[in-house]
Design a protein around this ligand. Structure first.
Ligand SMILES: NC(=O)C1=CN([C@@H]2O[C@H](COP(=O)(O)OP(=O)(O)OC[C@H]3O[C@@H](n4cnc5c(N)ncnc54)[C@H](OP(=O)(O)O)[C@@H]3O)[C@@H](O)[C@H]2O)C=CC1
Ligand SMILES: C=C(O[C@H]1[C@H](O)[C@@H](CO)O[C@H](OP(=O)(O)OP(=O)(O)OC[C@H]2O[C@@H](n3ccc(=O)[nH]c3=O)[C@H](O)[C@@H]2O)[C@@H]1NC(C)=O)C(=O)O
Length: 339
């Protein structure tokens, strides 16, 4: 039974969060970069970090499932949607502080908002992440990263390198200021994967830099992405589907197996970058899941490597039906610039 039918739950949330503020049965597809996903039984937009904390505490008190949604850039929402409360984080305040610091609520958007304000003030440290869709919360969750500047591009730079401190709501319900060590950052990893802590705000320690050089880095990184990744505006996706395989490359393996352009319904392995699945129009979460499973199966059979999804699966998924379209091999393959 949809949670929405439990009127006491709805009344409790309205009393806690405001009568006009809690919505029922809200489609989630528009709030994801994949443009896929069924409805949330209950939906609330948190406009400040206090509202975000209050919504999480209310859901915990009720004992109902909840999910904090950033830009929905790293998730696949099931076609049946989410049985519980989706809290969309639109707490987007930010300001520059003395000592070259930038403070931001966790719903603040890294690009363009934070990067533009930092670069505009001649402060370096965030410009690497230009063009990557992410809120501050999502960035700490996954330790947002990109290649170091050209021409060397000799390493990966991570957002942990400029994090000074963060305000969190802990799994135990306490508001705390924590330093970077708390997060135990790794590649695509932070403690937020294990603990039910919520990021409310973060402060970044930036460094004075040459704005012209920062603009140069931004232009080069945007060009790098444009050349390799399908454009989100016309080919909705969730970025890389599978985790990095050090020194080998998930994308390269899929490409070498000739899977670019393979489709199940409207879900397609991007002909531009083999580790990205794009929604060609009306793709369902079931089709994306089936395509993920198909790619895993082919790559494992041919190379022995088991690809692990990097994206988070959220909500309820339809069981795969026998009527689901079968995989159709791709015909056109765009040569990847690194091959
Ligand atoms: N490098 C690239 O090209 C790309 C990278 N990405 C990555 O995807 C992420 C997208 O971020 P975004 O769209 O904002 O997030 P999403 O809405 O995609 O949510 C992703 C996860 O982040 C967690 N999360 C979000 N906000 C908070 C918060 N305030 N506190 C604690 N956890 C939170 C949630 O985990 P939980 O359920 O555990 O609360 C959720 O599962 C970024 O990390 C970015 O690096 C995405 C696309 C491309
Ligand atoms: C896109 C994301 O992150 C990106 C991040 O933007 C960039 C830059 O730092 O490095 C990674 O991309 P990537 O393209 O190097 O990763 P993979 O998909 O594993 O590809 C590895 C390598 O395979 C080769 N490759 C890739 C795609 C393709 O179609 N053909 C091909 O040959 C390329 O040489 C590539 O460099 C991150 N992906 C992963 C899985 O770690 C994301 O997180 O959503």
């Amino acid at each position: 039974m949809p949670l929405v039918l439990h009127s006491e739950v709805f009344s409790f949330l309205c009393a806690r969060l405001g009568p006009e503020r809690v919505q029922r049965n809200v489609p989630l597809a528009p709030y994801t970069t994949f443009k896929i996903g069924g409805p949330a039984d209950l939906f609330f937009e948190a406009r400040t970090r206090d509202e975000l904390a209050e919504a999480v505490l209310a859901a915990r008190e009720l004992g109902i499932p909840y999910f904090v949604l950033g830009l929905g850039a790293n998730i696949l929402v099931g076609d049946r949607g989410f049985r519980g409360l989706v809290i969309r984080n639109v707490a987007r305040a930010y300001r520059l502080l003395p000592g070259h610091r930038l403070w931001a609520e966790s719903g603040a958007i890294v690009y363009p908002d934070l990067i533009e304000v930092a670069v505009g003030a001649g402060l370096s440290g965030l410009e690497h992440y230009v063009g990557i869709p992410s809120t501050v919360g999502g960035a700490l969750w996954q330790n947002l990263h990109f290649l170091s500047p050209p021409p060397e591009r000799e390493r990966t730079v991570f957002i942990e390198e400029v994090l000074a401190e963060a305000e969190i709501l802990t799994a135990e319900g306490k508001r705390r200021l924590v330093g970077p060590d708390y997060f135990r950052f790794g590649y695509d990893y932070s403690i937020l994967h294990e603990r039910d802590d919520i990021v409310l705000a973060a402060t970044f320690q930036l460094t004075p830099g040459d704005p012209a050089r920062m603009r140069e880095i931004m232009a080069a990184n945007l060009a790098w992405r444009r050349e390799r990744h399908p454009p989100l505006e016309t080919e909705p996706s969730a970025g890389s589907i599978f985790k990095k395989i050090d020194g080998i490359g998930a994308g390269r393996l899929i490409d070498q197996c000739g899977l670019k352009g393979t489709r199940i319904g409207d879900a397609e392995v991007s002909p531009r970058h083999a580790n990205i699945i794009v929604n060609r129009g009306k793709a369902t979460a079931a089709q994306v899941r089936a395509l993920i499973a198909y790619v895993q199966q082919v790559v494992e059979a041919r190379t022995g490597y088991r690809l692990e999804p990097e994206i988070r699966f959220v909500g309820e998924f339809e069981p795969l039906s026998e009527n689901e379209p079968q995989p159709v091999p791709g015909h056109v393959a765009i040569r990847h610039p690194d091959r």
